[in-house]
Design a protein around this ligand. Sequence first.
Ligand SMILES: NC(=O)c1ccc[n+]([C@@H]2O[C@H](COP(=O)([O-])OP(=O)(O)OC[C@H]3O[C@@H](n4cnc5c(N)ncnc54)[C@H](OP(=O)(O)O)[C@@H]3O)[C@@H](O)[C@H]2O)c1
Length: 227
Amino acid sequence: MIPRLPPTAVVLGATGLVGGYLVSELTTSGVAVTVVGRRPLPGHHDPALSFHLLDFEGLRADPSTGTDLFAGDPAVFVALGTTRKAAGSKEAFRRVDLEYVRAVGQAARAAGVSHLLAVSSVGASVTARNFYLQVKGEAEEALDALDFPSLTLARPSLLLGHRTTPRPLERWSGALMGSLRPVLKGPFTRYRPIHARTVARALVQAARDPATGTAVLESHHLARLGG
Ligand SMILES: NC(=O)c1ccc[n+]([C@@H]2O[C@H](COP(=O)([O-])OP(=O)(O)OC[C@H]3O[C@@H](n4cnc5c(N)ncnc54)[C@H](OP(=O)(O)O)[C@@H]3O)[C@@H](O)[C@H]2O)c1
């Protein structure tokens, strides 16, 4: 028997590439979804979807203000993130990718959430030399330290998919990595670009069958699970 999805879910980052696919995958699977963000999802009128406007700075200052968002033990999907360019500085990037993510985790844990699933990145590590990967590693550690009954950390490689605001560097890297695909074998399989829809599908699959403790899904695992 295929394990069932939880009846409710909360998605943060739903206006983004992975988050948008998460919402579609969940709602088409019959899950009642609450989108939590700083702005509503444009053009969404699905009755299975509700929206909660969140003051992320308020949550960062006091995560206990967010516990109501997670009442009833929904599966919580965190696909938040920014870029240094969009955020304007390293500090501002860190605020979103680490501090907001940690505050969401703290609020969810305090509310008794059993399963949180977060999108991190291939290569995330607190010891990484690259600032982005180091912050992603810190976010993973911050969530892990909260001791959720089940925590899923997804580490996708470069994301493919249509963006309303183009990211030329990402498109260029996608083309380059795509041409390198045949040589990205064995331990390098995890660096193959992956479609954001595949990441979302893999996370929804993981929500059907929560592992005990922390499970890390590398990009090639995501490709298998969501493909
Ligand atoms: N792009 C890649 O190739 C890649 C590769 C590996 C891992 N990742 C990671 O995967 C995750 C999802 O990536 P994605 O490309 O789907 O993200 P995305 O399209 O950039 O969407 C990011 C989401 O975060 C929200 N967000 C950004 N800044 C915010 C702020 N200051 N306050 C509140 N919400 C904010 C956005 O909301 P608004 O719409 O309101 O801005 C949006 O919903 C991210 O953590 C990213 O770092 C990305």
